[in-house]
Design a protein around this ligand. Structure first.
Ligand code: TXA
Ligand code: MG
Length: 354
């Protein structure tokens, strides 16, 4: 049963009446999924505890996993955070509006329901024109996690949102595919030194270039379940396809040979196998469903396709999946963070095998 009203909006010239209608739904405590430049978000009024509760229920999300508050002007930031450290200001000046989330100490006006019980609040100023207009039409503050059922890949198309949430929310705004396809970079400014909690379009190096020294949450570097990530959401299993996904790392030729060998073994057992690879290598696999994420020379494309491909695997009922690694120049960090999570950190490392 479909409950959500689906509305198509031109990203550069969205119909004002429909933006107004969507804003009113949010102001009245309802939920609207909307596009951003990273992934689709599931929006509710960030200052309304009941709306935040509804978001958790719709997603099936654990209530200790805080939401990001989306704003559409710098002035609106002052009303919800206690102080803006100088470096946060510098970083925001460069990267906002855009795929960056910053964490601050929150003011009382932001309910604990929105922040998963924390005294800090994550804030993002998105650049997508539909997101910006919707935020302004909704009173200035939209709490929005990615618009997927908890644990599934984040949505990069309205179809993904419909698949997951159509009967659980009030409206879905369809403005086509999102640009980047991976969630925002999160930087925490509430400890002494700024810390990256989640890699994204902006890499560690980009951020270091802008504000100098920066730490990276140890839980991101070490895959050690004893190290608790500082972003509560990063501890949950995420993005995993139903098939059994393993990442194979090593020299290109060796990776191809090993995956082809594994495909043969699985097909003997009658298992349906898929390979995630690049345009450069896609013709070298045999006997499996071969899915290219794009050219290694266009890392933006690989990032853009990743979540859609992970969802595709489910609909094709693939049982076993092998993926190449994508340590590309800039976004590689973020791509591999998501891919390794999807694989539950299952890796065949050919370099260290010898
Ligand atoms: O690109 C994005 O950031 C997308 C779009 C919709 O804006 N949103 C998104 O939200 O990815 P979500 O809820 O899927 O991920 C938010 C992450 C979670 O890992 C959460 O734990 C972390 O941000 N987070 C939120 N508030 C936090 C806080 N106060 N302290 C630490 N981590 C926080
Ligand atoms: Mg999410």
């Amino acid at each position: 049963m479909m409950r959500a009203k689906i509305v198509c909006l031109d990203r550069n010239d969205p119909d004002e009446e429909q933006i107004k209608e969507a804003g009113e739904i949010i102001l009245k405590g309802g939920l609207v999924a909307f596009p951003t430049e990273t992934v689709y978000g599931l929006g509710g009024n960030a200052l309304d505890p009941e709306a935040s509760n509804k978001i958790y229920t719709a997603k099936g999300r654990p209530s200790d996993n805080p939401l990001i508050v989306h704003i559409a002007s710098w002035e609106d930031l002052d009303k919800i955070v206690k102080e803006i450290p100088k470096k946060a200001h510098i970083l925001g000046e460069k990267c906002w509006p855009g795929p960056l989330t910053m964490i601050f100490n929150k003011k009382d006006i932001v309910p604990k329901e929105t922040t998963g019980g924390l005294d800090t609040v994550a804030v993002r100023f998105p650049s997508h024109p539909v997101a910006r207009k919707l935020i302004l039409a909704s009173g200035g503050y939209i709490a929005a996690p990615s618009a997927n059922i908890s644990g599934r890949p984040s949505p990069t198309k309205a179809e993904h949102v419909i698949e997951d949430l159509a009967n659980r929310i009030d409206m879905i705004i369809d403005s086509g595919e999102t640009d980047i396809g991976l969630e925002s970079t999160i930087v925490d400014f509430t400890s002494e030194n700024p810390v990256i909690l989640r890699p994204g379009f902006y890499s560690e190096e980009d951020i270091r270039e802008i504000i100098g020294d920066i730490e990276v949450d140890r839980a991101l570097i070490k895959n050690d379940s004893r190290v608790k990530p500082k972003a509560p959401g990063m501890k949950y299993r995420h993005y995993a396809p139903k098939g059994d996904l393993t990442v194979v790392e090593g020299e290109r030729g060796e990776v191809i040979d090993e995956i082809n060998r594994l495909i043969k073994e699985h097909s003997k057992q009658g298992q349906k196998t898929a390979v995630l690879c690049s345009d450069e290598t896609k013709d070298r696999y045999m006997g499996a469903e071969v899915i290219s994420l794009g050219s290694l020379l266009k890392e933006d494309e690989i990032a853009h396709h990743l979540f859609d491909v992970l969802r595709t695997l489910d609909s094709r009922k693939v049982e076993v999946i092998y993926s190449e690694a994508f340590y590309t120049q800039k976004i590689g960090e973020a791509i591999m963070n998501r891919l390794l999570k999807a694989a539950g950190h299952k890796v065949i490392d050919l370099k260290n095998k010898r």
